[in-house]
Design a protein around this ligand. Structure first.
Ligand SMILES: Cc1ncc(C[n+]2csc(CCOP(=O)(O)OP(=O)(O)OP(=O)(O)O)c2C)c(N)n1
Ligand SMILES: [Mg+2]
Length: 224
């Protein structure tokens, strides 16, 4: 697969005092932003069913999240994020087993690959930066995003971006220790905004995803 940064993150349910708590813990508010995410897939959800997530984010462009490689299980997610259009196009053609065109941007291959919009919603986000130890300035930064959507769902995430698979365990350690400081219950798993959107507004698609996700079949709910 093409190279990209690895996103290691843990989602949580943000309480009403979360911003104050972040400030107490030395967090700095980097920005407040509002953006629309539009997700694309085939009518059979071929991408999502194989744990690949293609979206266009207003102000940032195209992004494909591909399943990570560290294989550590727990209440966290680990995805390789592709943001270069050529890398995304190459990955899409490989996944969907189609012949790759010479040169094309993502928008140009949506039609040929039968990718269509499956979800679109607006997020208002406050992004926080945490410098846990000043002694290690080279270490990847811990970030916290507090998101609320235009369909009434709010979720937080503690995140570290790393370059190498070998850095994932240390990133996870940081995420879990900071989550404890934030007061996030050890096994709490908050669902992704997109999954809540599909469950509410595209229940048949949600059901399809559920069927594809064998590990969630036992609980019968991807959002729990
Ligand atoms: C139970 C379960 N939960 C999550 C997933 C993964 N997943 C579901 S939707 C989805 C795509 C959306 O990812 P997410 O991190 O929720 O989006 P967002 O926070 O807006 O993007 P950021 O700004 O951090 O880049 C993923 C990776 C899964 N396969 N199964
Ligand atoms: Mg995220």
């Amino acid at each position: 697969m093409a190279q990209g940064l690895i996103e290691v993150e843990r989602k949580f349910v943000p309480g009403p005092d979360m911003e104050e708590r972040l400030q107490e813990l030395g967090g700095t508010l980097e920005r407040r932003v509002t953006f629309r995410d539009t997700y694309y897939d085939t009518s059979e959800l071929s991408l999502m069913r194989s744990d690949h997530w293609l979206r266009q984010r207003q102000g940032s462009g195209w992004e494909l999240k591909c399943p990570g490689v560290a294989g550590i299980s727990g209440p966290h997610n680990e995805y390789v994020e592709l943001t270069s259009e050529s890398a995304i196009v190459a990955e899409l053609f490989e996944l969907l087993e189609a012949e790759e065109p010479e040169i094309a941007g993502v928008a140009a291959v949506l039609g040929p690959l039968k990718l269509q919009e499956v979800a679109s919603f607006i997020t208002t986000r406050s992004s926080w930066k945490l410098a846990l130890s000043e002694a290690h300035e080279q270490e990847p930064l811990l970030r916290v995003d507090l998101d609320s959507t235009d369909f009434g769902y709010a979720v937080g995430e503690v995140e570290v971006m790393v370059r190498e698979k070998a850095e994932v365990p240390a990133a996870l350690e940081k995420i879990f220790s900071f989550s404890r400081m934030l007061g996030v219950p050890a096994q709490e798993k908050a669902p992704a905004k997109l999954l809540v959107y599909l469950q509410r507004f595209r229940p048949l698609d949600y059901q399809r995803l559920l069927e594809a996700n064998s590990s969630s079949e036992a609980t019968g709910d991807l959002t729990s």
